[in-house]
Design a protein around this ligand. Structure first.
Ligand SMILES: Cc1cc2nc3c(=O)[nH]c(=O)nc-3n(C[C@H](O)[C@H](O)[C@H](O)COP(=O)(O)OP(=O)(O)OC[C@H]3O[C@@H](n4cnc5c(N)ncnc54)[C@H](O)[C@@H]3O)c2cc1C
Length: 475
């Protein structure tokens, strides 16, 4: 058995993993393909390169990502510590000097005597996993050959290639004086139905028939929205994205630019709906589709977009019913390779069918810088446990189950634990997920005020800090 752990990918997750393992006295071989080979979005030769925004989002505990960062600080996250050191003024947010950040992380990793950095593209992991533990942290732009190998190992005929995502809002922030439930055609008033019969039928409709929330628009509302949409500011795309995106997936603003009525014949088609307030077919309808098991989150159907984040909030916030919407995720467009973790991984980011293989970072379906670091933390701590288990039992049989006591599963009340649970829980509509309060178990008491509720959820998560600290102290 190998006397070291292999980490593939020296990005945000891979560096956190390597640091956490070395901190516990175990040697690491960290493979990073840069500068021999660069993904289409990477250009800096250092490790832990931030490819887009320099923001690690809010630092406030009443923000889900702020809470996640606080939990990671308690666990002595190297990357959050360095982010704090190289921060630049950004109000409540933690924004970093990206070059300093990558440089400082690289220094810490390279000077660590237990970590050997090897600049090489890895194209096969099954051989490595036969004789030791491997953590795959190659990110959303995993090189093609390795992506192919991962498909073979996971048994999934294709990885998810996710070019575009629509924004997601919380159900409770939708105005139900305007919105109505119902699927196309099943919601529509039948010709022979009276208004009373129709309304009664709508009330009785099954959950399946009501899995959509609909936002009707009249002509004037639609035209104002359309004009703002076509004039809104978009993010400049990387060259590779221009090539890949437009073939299969049309951003809503691009479709809108084809003509004022194009959306009304596309995603905003009103056919099959009647507005229960007027009994008439609206001029256009925006549909929202349920996004989570608890039916607390809804995505805007067909609204994959490349608008700047501020513009998304402004323009989509003009849709009747969404004026006070809480956007827990905004639309993004880029290539994103991720595995179907809900089937493949457990809550420690360990591959169910081969205990010697872990995944970490965006490739697991967590989304965002801090979320990638968080998954690296959990995978790293558990890889150490697995390594100790293998050493204690002189086990090299990767199919042998690890004792539950040999795993570190974080409480689902913490943001770290909730994310790990989210990505490892069966979900046929699985899509990459940011830290957000919607994935934490609800409070026992109902608190309407959102700020207060988030504060309570954050307090409850941090009450588990003894547990979080214990994990740190016991290893
Ligand atoms: C274009 C783009 C923009 C994004 N913008 C944001 C944003 O603004 N905010 C945000 O929070 N998140 C953003 N993300 C999402 C995500 O948070 C980042 O991609 C984040 O860096 C993911 O961390 P990671 O460690 O999983 O992967 P990465 O940081 O990408 O690290 C993976 C590393 O693995 C290396 N690698 C790949 N294949 C191999 C191989 N076969 N062998 C060896 N090494 C390999 C790569 O060179 C890279 O260094 C963006 C993603 C993309 C693609």
């Amino acid at each position: 058995m190998k006397n070291y752990i292999t980490v593939i990918g020296g990005g945000l997750a891979g560096c956190e993993v390597a640091y956490q393992i070395a901190k516990r006295g175990i040697r690491v071989k960290l493979y990073e393909m840069k500068p021999v080979k660069f993904s289409p979005a990477h250009s800096n030769k250092d490790l832990a390169e931030i490819v887009c925004s320099n923001s690690f989002k809010s630092n406030s505990h009443t923000n889900a990502c702020g809470l996640l960062k606080e939990e990671l600080r308690l666990l002595d996250s190297l990357l959050i510590k360095i982010a704090d050191e190289v921060k630049v003024p950004a109000g409540q947010a933690l924004a970093v000097d990206r070059d300093d950040f990558a440089k400082r992380v690289t220094e810490e990793i390279v000077k660590n005597e237990l970590i050997e950095v090897i600049h090489e593209e890895i194209i096969s992991i099954s051989e490595i996993a036969k004789e030791g533990i491997v953590i795959v942290a190659t990110g959303p732009l995993t090189s093609e050959s390795l992506a192919h190998e991962i498909s073979n190992i996971t048994g999934e005929d294709k990885l998810h290639f996710y070019d575009a995502a629509a924004p997601i809002v919380t159900k409770e922030s939708i105005n139900f004086n305007i919105a109505f439930y119902g699927d196309r055609y099943s919601q529509e008033k039948k010709k022979d139905e009276s208004i009373t019969e129709w309304k009664k039928r709508l009330e009785k409709q099954s959950i399946e028939e009501n899995s959509y929330i609909n936002l009707p628009m009249n002509k004037e509302e639609y035209e104002v929205f359309w004009k703002e949409l076509v004039e809104a500011e978009v993010v400049e795309l990387h060259q590779f994205e221009k090539r890949e995106i437009f073939e299969g997936c049309m951003p809503i603003e691009v479709m809108a630019k084809r003509g004022i009525d194009t959306l009304r014949y596309g995603p905003l088609k009103p056919v099959g709906f009647d507005d229960p307030r007027t009994g008439k077919r609206p001029y256009a309808v925006v549909q929202l589709r349920q996004d989570d098991k608890q039916a607390e989150l809804y995505n805007l159907v067909g609204f994959q977009t490349n608008l700047k984040f501020g513009e998304q909030k402004r323009v989509f916030g003009m849709i009747p019913g969404l004026q006070n919407a809480e956007f827990i995720k905004l639309g993004v467009m880029h290539r994103n390779t991720y595995i179907n973790s809900t089937k493949l991984l457990d809550e420690t980011y360990n591959l169910k069918k081969n205990n010697n293989i872990f995944f970490a970072g965006q490739i697991t379906g967590v989304e965002g810088y801090v979320e990638s670091i968080s998954s690296g933390m959990v995978a790293g701590l558990n890889a150490v446990k697995r390594f100790q288990h293998n050493s204690n039992n002189m086990l090299i049989n990767s199919k042998k189950n690890v004792d539950e006591a040999d795993k570190i599963v974080f409480s689902e009340f913490t943001m770290i634990g909730a994310l790990a649970k989210y990505i490892s829980t069966e979900n046929s509509k699985f899509q990459p997920m940011n830290a957000n309060f919607g994935i934490l178990p609800p409070l026992e008491e109902k608190i309407r005020d959102k700020k207060l509720r988030y504060a309570k959820l954050a307090d409850r998560a941090l009450e588990n800090k003894t547990e979080i600290k214990d994990e740190e102290d016991n290893m």
